[in-house]
Ligand binder design. Structure first.
Ligand code: ADP
Length: 299
C-alpha cells in the first residue's frame, strides 16, 4: 500500500480581480506514504489542507505526479478513476444534502462511489454506521444529529469500502474524549495508509506512527514520532526559574516553571519531552530556514 508524490507543488492563481497575488501553498514535495497512521502537523496556512486536497484528487497539482498504488491521479481519466476508488476523504467541512437521514446520506455517497448492488451497499452502510457508533441513529435526519454525531457521520462516509488511502482533515475536531478514543481504535485497525491533519499534538502521540511537519508549504520534519521526541530530549526542564533564552515557558500547577529550549538554571531538572514540546522547538529552529525542495520517505 504505497502512495508516492514526486515534486508535487501547488500555486493558487491570483483572485479574479488580481487584487491578491498568487500563493505557493506547497513547494515541490517528494514523499512516499506507506502503511500506518501518519500525522500532518503545522501552523495555520502551512499547506496541510492543500496537500490533503491534492492527494484526494479534489484538485490537480501545479507540478508533479501523484501515484496511488500504481494509479496516477494526475494521469488519464481512467487512471484517476482507478485511484479514486482506493481513496477515502474527510474534508474539513462536509456539506450534507438537505432532508436526508444518516443512512440515506451514506447510501447516497456509496452510490456516487459506484456501489451498484443494493444489498451489499446497504450492508456496507450499516457496517460503517456501527463502526462510528451511529448504528442506533441511522433513521434520524442529519439536521437532528448533534455536531459530534455529524462529524462521525462525515468520518463514516470516508470509511466506506475500507479505502487503501484514508485522508482525514482535522478528524478529531468536535469529538469528545470517548469519541476520540473510539476513532483511535478504528484507525489502528485499518490496514492501509491513513494520513490525518491535526492541530492537536496529543492526537499525534495517541494515533500516529509517523509525523510530517509542514510549515510555509515545506516539509520541516518527516519521521517516526519517537524521532521527533528525540529531537527535544534534554531541551525541556522544570525548575524554580525559566531557562535562559527559552523558546516557551509556563508555570505549572505545582508552581514550578516548565521551559522548552534554552539553558537550564540551577535547580532545574530535565523532563521527558512531549510531541508538543518537540513541535514548538522545531518551529523555532526552522523559522528562518527555507530549503528549496521537500524530500521525505514515510514507511
Ligand atoms: P493549512 O491547512 O495548513 O491551514 P492551507 O492549505 O489551507 O493551509 O493554505 C495554505 C496557503 O494557501 C495559505 O496561505 C492559504 O491562504 C492559501 N490558500 C489555500 N486555499 C486557497 C485558495 N483556494 N486560493 C488561494 N489561496 C489559497
Amino acid at each position: 500500500m504505497t502512495t508516492r508524490l514526486n515534486d508535487v507543488s501547488k500555486t493558487y492563481a491570483p483572485g479574479p480581480r488580481a487584487r491578491t497575488r498568487s500563493t505557493t501553498a506547497l513547494h515541490p514535495t517528494t514523499l512516499t506514504l506507506g502503511s500506518g497512521v501518519i500525522g500532518l502537523l503545522g501552523p495555520n496556512g502551512a499547506g496541510k489542507t492543500t496537500l490533503l486536497r491534492l492527494l484526494s484528487t479534489a484538485m490537480p497539482p501545479s507540478t508533479g505526479r501523484i501515484v496511488v498504488e500504481g494509479h496516477e491521479t494526475t494521469g488519464s481519466t481512467a487512471e484517476r478513476t482507478a485511484a479514486r476508488r482506493l481513496i477515502g476523504y474527510l474534508p474539513q467541512e462536509v456539506v450534507f444534502p438537505h432532508g436526508m437521514t444518516a443512512f440515506g446520506f451514506l447510501d447516497y455517497i456509496a452510490v456516487l462511489k459506484e456501489w451498484d448492488r443494493t444489498d451489499s451497499r446497504h450492508a456496507e452502510v450499516r457496517r460503517v454506521l456501527a463502526l462510528v457508533g451511529l448504528g442506533e441513529r441511522s433513521t434520524v435526519k442529519v439536521r437532528r444529529l448533534s455536531g459530534g454525531q455529524r462529524r462521525r457521520l462525515a468520518i463514516a462516509q470516508a470509511l466506506l469500502g475500507t479505502p487503501s488511502l484514508l485522508i482525514l482533515d482535522e478528524p478529531t475536531t468536535g469529538l469528545d474524549p470517548e469519541q476520540r478514543a473510539s476513532l483511535r481504535r478504528i484507525l489502528s485497525e485499518l490496514e492501509g495508509t491513513v494520513l490525518l491533519s491535526t492541530h492537536q499534538t496529543e492526537d499525534v502521540s495517541a494515533l500516529c506512527d509517523r509525523v510530517v511537519v509542514l510549515d510555509a508549504g515545506r516539509v520541516r520534519f518527516d519521521g517516526a514520532v519517537t524521532e521527533l521526541l528525540a529531537t527535544a530530549s534534554d531541551h525541556v526542564h522544570v525548575g524554580p526559574l525559566e531557562n535562559e533564552g527559552a523558546v516557551h515557558t509556563w508555570r505549572t500547577g505545582t508552581g514550578m516553571v516548565r521551559s522548552v529550549g534554552g539553558l537550564p538554571r540551577p535547580g532545574a531538572t530535565p523532563v521527558a519531552p512531549t510531541v508538543e514540546d518537540a513541535y514548538l522547538l522545531l518551529r523555532h529552529q526552522t523559522r528562518d530556514d527555507s530549503p528549496s525542495r521537500n524530500e521525505g520517505v514515510l514507511r
